[in-house]
Ligand binder design. Structure first.
Ligand code: NAP
Length: 302
C-alpha cells in the first residue's frame, strides 16, 4: 500500500510527487498517456517564474526527472475507477488495482472538439489539436486556427513562423487570451483575424481542402486551408471519478484552494479542479497544497 497515489503525471501531479517524496511518503503516479500533460504541446513558456523561455516538453521533462530522482514511481496505466474503502483507497486500472492511504486526482483535461461534421475522420488529414506536434507539416501552406484563448493565440503565433498564411477564427471579437499575444499576432504580416465567425463546414476529398466560415450576420465565406488547428478549450478528465467525488455542472471536481474534495482522503490538483485561473503556476501550486493536505490527513489516521 502506497501512502499517496497520484492520478496524472502533468505539472500538478508531478509537483505533488516531488512534495510527497520530500515529506518521506511513498508515491505512485499513474499516467494514462505520457508525462507532462497538455503543457508538452506548448512551444514556448514565458510566464513561469525563473525561466524566461522554456519549451513545454523541456519543462515537463525537468519535473518528471526531479520527481523520479526523488523516488516517485510512475506507472503508465489509465485509472478507470476509484473505490473508497474508508482509510484505504483503491484505484483500478484496466489490468491492475493499487491501494493507497490518500489519493490526489491530477488528471487535467482533454481537447474539446469543434463539433463539425467530418472532424474525427479528418484528424491527421488536415485537422489537428496540437500546433507544435503537427505544425511542421504545413510549411508554406495556408492554415487556420480556431479559438480565442491563449492556446489558440500561441498556436497562431507558432504557425505564423511556419505557414504561408494563418487565419485566426474566433466566435467573438474579444479574446480570452492575453493582450500581449493578440498584439504580437497583429504585428505579423501573414495573420488574418476572422472574428465573430464560426467554422460550419469542412470541405475535403482525401484531405481537408477548405472550410466554410459563417459570421454573425449569417454570411458564409469559403477559406482555402490545408490545415485546421482546433484550440477551443479543454474538458476536465474526471468522468471516471464521478462516483467518489462531487463534480460541478461542467465536470470539474468541486474543491477550494485547499484542494480538499468531499471525499475524505481524496484530493484534487490542477486544471480538473473548479478554479478561476488555470495556469502552469496554479497547477504546480495545487500539487504542493494537495500534498500538504494529504499528509495532514495521513497523519490523522495514525
Ligand atoms: P480557453 O481559455 O477556455 O479558450 C477556449 C476558446 O475557445 C475561447 O475563446 C472560446 O470562445 C472558444 N470556444 C469554445 N468552444 C468553442 C466552439 N465550440 N467553437 C468555437 N470556439 C469555441 O482554452 P485554452 O486556450 O485551451 O486555455 C485553457 C487554459 O490554459 C487557460 O486558462 C489559458 O490561459 C491557459 N493556457 C496558458 C498558457 C500559458 O500559460 N502559456 C498557454 C495556453 C493555455 P469564447 O471566448 O467565446 O468562450
Amino acid at each position: 500500500m502506497y501512502d499517496i497515489l497520484i492520478v496524472g503525471a502533468g505539472p500538478a501531479g508531478l509537483t505533488a510527487a516531488i512534495y510527497a517524496r520530500r515529506a518521506s511518503k511513498s508515491v505512485l503516479v499513474l499516467e494514462a498517456k505520457s508525462y507532462g500533460g497538455q503543457i508538452i504541446n506548448t512551444p514556448d513558456i514565458e510566464n513561469y517564474p525563473v525561466a524566461a523561455h522554456i519549451s513545454g516538453f523541456d519543462f515537463a521533462t525537468k519535473i518528471y526527472e526531479q520527481a523520479t530522482a526523488l523516488g516517485a514511481e510512475v506507472v503508465y496505466e489509465k485509472a478507470v475507477e476509484i473505490i473508497d474503502h474508508g482509510n484505504e483507497k483503491e484505484v483500478k486500472t484496466e489490468n491492475n488495482s493499487y491501494k493507497a492511504k490518500a489519493i490526489i486526482i491530477a488528471t487535467g483535461s482533454e481537447n474539446r472538439k469543434l463539433g463539425v461534421d467530418g472532424e474525427d475522420e479528418l484528424v491527421g488529414r488536415g485537422i489537428s489539436y496540437c500546433a507544435t506536434c503537427d505544425g511542421a507539416f504545413y510549411r508554406k501552406k495556408n492554415v487556420a486556427v480556431v479559438g480565442g484563448g491563449n492556446t489558440a493565440l500561441e498556436d497562431a503565433l507558432y504557425l505564423a513562423d511556419i505557414a504561408e498564411k494563418v487565419y485566426l477564427i474566433h466566435r467573438r471579437d474579444e479574446f480570452r487570451g492575453e493582450d500581449a499575444n493578440v498584439k504580437a499576432l497583429k504585428a505579423r504580416g501573414n495573420v488574418e483575424f476572422v472574428l465573430n465567425s464560426q467554422v460550419i463546414k469542412l470541405n475535403a476529398q482525401k484531405r481537408l481542402e477548405s472550410i466554410d466560415v459563417q459570421n454573425k450576420n449569417g454570411e458564409i465565406r469559403n477559406i482555402e486551408v490545408n490545415g485546421l488547428f482546433v484550440a477551443v478549450g479543454r474538458i476536465p478528465e474526471n468522468q471516471n471519478f464521478a462516483k467518489v467525488v462531487n463534480l460541478d455542472s461542467a465536470g470539474y471536481i468541486i474543491a477550494g484552494e485547499d484542494c480538499v474534495t468531499n471525499a475524505k482522503g481524496i484530493f484534487v490538483a490542477g486544471d480538473n479542479r473548479v478554479k478561476n485561473v488555470r495556469q502552469l503556476v496554479t497547477a504546480t501550486a495545487d500539487g504542493a497544497v494537495a500534498v500538504s493536505e494529504a499528509v495532514k490527513y495521513i497523519n490523522s489516521l495514525a
